[in-house]
Design a protein around this ligand. Structure first.
Ligand code: XMP
Length: 319
């Protein structure tokens, strides 16, 4: 893409001019925006960039390994893998209120990021994957009434607190343009086309109290569901798809025994921007096959339901 190639060159020059020979830190989640930000910065300033990947123990199956492999081994950038699973899961123990979960995770995320960032000597800049719609939104909402339904977790306020200056190379781009830029930078389609994943991760897909046991069951069920979607060639038609593990055990039969295991809900929606959404019209055959696979392959689940709520009145996530 000619225009994006020009944008890339111009963005790299702008980053070099802004940063000079100083160090930059970047919170890398593995999502499209932070991934493209990191790679662009790496291309511009190489060794001056350090990325911090916070593993809060609420990631999907294989996700941490994928991020580390891609960025450390393939792109060869300075990456700190902050394994803080015990900290996050410990503090979430016994917590079931959705907003409390978000506050705990958001607060710890900032603490952890700051702790690692403090060890990076001479860091003067913080890179963020802010997009054009984020810029517009924060302008139009400033001074207006507080209409937050869910407190979305990000690193807002962090740069001031840490005395860092912001580098935001994606500020002029829309999401689809970020994807084009990502492709230009060699990011594989499996990263570029990824469904959005919320900052609080699996915590909000595990209504009620979070336990390691439930998280492990959830990860395995979610992996089967996504595998089904990919096998049927539906991944790119769907905005987001995931499993939520329900805080209830139900009775089932398996072989000649009785089971008493968790129920789960499949969620898949189409959407343009996440603000409104429709449930995805899977065929009954697909749903039946998926339910059978999950129950056969995931120990701990004996009942599968499909969530057919649209947004509004539902939300995409269960919490
Ligand atoms: P809802 O559930 O509000 O989700 O319909 C809309 C979009 O936002 C994502 N989401 C979040 N993202 N932190 C995030 O970073 C959050 O706390 C959060 N809650 C929801 C959700 O995955 C969907 O893409």
């Amino acid at each position: 893409d000619w225009t994006m190639d020009a944008y890339r060159e111009q963005a790299i020059a702008a980053i070099r001019a802004q940063v000079g020979d100083k160090r930059v830190i970047c919170a890398l989640s593995g999502g499209v925006d932070s991934s493209v930000t990191a790679i662009l910065l790496h291309e511009a300033i190489g060794e001056q960039l350090t990325c911090v990947f916070v593993d809060h123990g609420l990631l999907r199956q294989g996700e941490a390994e994928q991020v580390v492999t891609m960025f450390r081994d393939h792109y060869n950038l300075n990456l700190i893998h902050a394994d803080e699973k015990d900290l996050f899961l410990g503090r979430l123990e016994g917590v079931s209120d959705p907003e409390t979960k978000r506050k705990i995770i958001g607060g710890l995320f900032i603490d952890v990021f700051q702790k690692y960032a403090n060890d990076i000597e001479g860091a003067e800049f913080l890179a963020q994957g802010t997009l054009y719609p984020d810029v517009i939104e924060s302008v139009s909402f400033s001074g207006g009434p507080s209409v937050t339904i869910k407190s979305h977790h990000n690193v807002g306020g962090l740069p001031e607190k840490m005395g860092l200056k912001l580098v935001e190379p994606l500020r002029e781009l829309f999401k689809d343009e970020v994807r084009v830029l990502g492709a230009e930078l060699g990011l594989p389609p499996s990263f570029i086309g990824r469904h959005p994943f919320p900052g609080p991760g699996l915590a909000i897909r595990c209504p009620g109290e979070i336990t390691r046991e439930k998280l492990e069951i959830l990860r395995r069920a979610d992996a089967v569901f996504i595998d089904q979607i990919r096998r049927h060639g539906l991944y790119d038609d769907i905005w987001q798809a995931f499993v939520a593990i329900l805080p209830v055990r139900t009775v089932g039969v398996m072989g000649d025994g009785r089971t008493y295991d968790f129920a789960c809900a499949l969620r898949a929606v189409t959407s343009v921007d996440g603000m409104t959404a429709d449930y995805y019209p899977f065929t009954h055959e697909f749903l039946g096959e998926t339910a059978t696979r999950i129950i056969n392959e995931v120990q701990g689940i004996n009942r599968v339901t499909y969530d057919i709520t649209s947004k509004p009145p539902g939300t995409i996530e269960w919490e």
